[in-house]
Design a protein around this ligand. Structure first.
Ligand code: SF4
Length: 79
């Protein structure tokens, strides 16, 4: 079953940007997308969504795939 998109996604600045920017080939190429996220009003919601749903690919909430893996590891270490 397809889940409806969360309401906050409509307010994301990436909706007004080239989606390809948010799926870079390498971490260093993620900088332009992360710069967009810096001014995004739903950044916290976006990061929470990515961490909760274990989004593996792309830039979410201003974080790269590697940064989210690190956050997951830190979260697991504090339990
Ligand atoms: S934080 Fe970044 S990826 Fe998330 S909705 Fe905003 S612009 Fe898009």
């Amino acid at each position: 079953m397809i889940q409806p998109l969360p309401a906050w996604m409509a307010d994301g600045l990436c909706a007004q940007t080239d989606p390809a920017l948010f799926y870079p080939d390498s971490g260093s190429q993620a900088r332009p997308a992360k710069a967009v996220c810096t001014g995004c009003p739903v950044r916290r919601d976006c990061l929470e969504h990515a961490l909760t749903n274990s989004e593996q690919y792309g830039v979410w909430g201003g974080t790269s795939e590697r940064e989210r893996r690190r956050l997951h590891a830190q979260k697991g270490a504090t339990r």
